[in-house]
Design a protein around this ligand. Structure first.
Ligand SMILES: *Cc1c(COP(=O)(O)O)cnc(C)c1O
Length: 395
């Protein structure tokens, strides 16, 4: 195993852990015990995979992208998480945590959301399981993401606007944690990425590794060998970790995480926590974060709403330090160009988040060889972004 989780549960080198108030420790310990028991129970895995198959539409295809391959001079496969129910990989995780909530006898689900995608995926699973759902969302995000607010409400969830400092994701996380602290006996907080206090980074990884488990089997079947490179965008890091994790022991497979450089690292308007961040604590975990000299978390920016997070999952920070994965960044401009390129080359409109991964493959064309096999994670579909891209590109 490539991590030291076994000897120090919840830690990835100097990253990870549980930096929370004492009252929240009880909730996290209860959750960890329930998660471990579920992982050891074949019936849990069976139900989880049955829902992913019959409801979410898994397995997602591994599509050989012929025209993109021609463009970059290597064999490129797209892992089609955009074809999942609700349009992204997030449903894999919310199904897992939703089933866990039911197994724990919880009567309510809580979630935070930034752009609204995790909120929608959580509200969807809450409806599926017949559990009431409360989603915390920054006031600014509520204003910007009115369609997703409508979706969550339509699905029966209650959306709670949070004022906070900026009225965005960070404030929503803080408020959701606070609310959970007071209500954990009856509620479960479904966290949206491989960040947050232990057990979330490990748990969300286990609920997203289905992406990599499938991709590994699919590429072996088609090619008879493992790929040379995997490429995925990194916000909190769940879609990337889900793809990477089953390949961690395969040393010949290069893992490439793509962060958002926004307007450019030099402008300070980015969300590249690994490429341009430093050691700190955010949302209860030690990791690489974007902060000033006094340790104040700084505002972040990306054209892709799902990448707009000032931290990153602790396991990614650790894989960066050990060199197991390589982290690069891509600007808004490059992502917008790749959004269009994939649409026109393959008839697939990627989410702006996923367009960062596509842009990286286009940027790497020079270093690719004709025989190379590259798998790119298309974490979500881009319908949600069309209006914004139209607005930005007509200026
Ligand atoms: C939320 C989201 C992301 C970023 O989250 P990760 O945890 O880094 O995967 C990426 N792509 C899409 C489509 C998303 O909705």
């Amino acid at each position: 195993m490539a991590t030291d989780e076994r000897t120090r549960p919840g830690y990835f080198g100097r990253y990870g852990g549980r930096y929370v108030a004492a009252t929240l420790l009880n909730a996290l310990e209860e959750l960890e015990a329930a998660f471990n028991a579920a992982m050891d129970d074949p019936a849990f895995h069976e139900e989880y995979h049955a829902i992913l198959r019959d409801y979410a539409g898994r397995p997602s295809p591994l599509y050989p992208a012929g025209r993109l391959s021609e463009r970059v001079g290597a064999k490129v496969y797209l892992k089609r998480e955009d074809l999942n129910h609700t349009g992204a990989h997030k449903i894999n995780n919310t199904v897992g945590q939703g089933l866990l909530a039911r197994r724990m006898g919880k009567r309510r689900i809580i979630a935070e959301t930034g752009a609204g995608q995790h909120g929608v995926a959580t509200a969807t699973v809450a409806a599926l399981l017949g559990l009431p759902c409360r989603v915390f969302m920054g006031v600014e995000d509520v204003r910007r993401q009115s369609l997703n607010v409508y979706r969550m409400k339509l699905l029966g969830a209650e959306v709670v606007p949070v004022e906070g400092l900026q009225g965005t994701l960070k404030d929503a996380c803080d408020e959701a944690m606070r609310y959970w602290m007071g209500t954990y006996e009856e509620s479960l907080y479904i966290f949206g990425s491989v960040a947050g206090p232990h057990p979330y980074p490990t748990m969300v990884r286990e609920f997203q590794r289905v992406i990599g488990d499938e991709a590994r089997a699919q590429v072996l079947e088609r090619e008879g060998r493992l790929p040379d490179k995997l490429v995925a965008c990194v916000g909190g890091g769940s879609n990337a970790m889900g793809l990477f994790y089953p390949f961690i022991g395969d040393e010949g497979v290069e893992l490439i995480g793509v962060e958002a450089a926004g307007h450019g690292i030099d402008t300070g308007l980015h969300s590249a926590s690994i490429c341009a961040g430093s050691f700190g604590v955010l949302d209860g975990t030690a990791t690489l974060i974007i902060q000033d000299e006094e340790g104040q978390v700084l505002p972040v920016h990306s054209v892709a709403p799902g990448l707009d997070y000032p931290g990153v999952g602790p396991e990614h920070a650790w894989m960066h330090d050990t060199g197991r994965a390589r982290y690069v960044c891509v600007t808004d401009e490059e992502a917008l160009a790749a959004f269009r390129t994939l649409a026109q080359l393959e008839g697939i409109i990627p989410a702006l988040e996923s367009a960062h991964a596509v842009a990286q493959v286009l940027n790497m064309a020079d270093e690719l060889n004709a025989g190379d096999i590259v798998i790119v994670n298309i974490s979500g579909r881009g319908d949600k972004d069309c209006e914004e891209v139209a607005r930005l590109t007509s200026e």
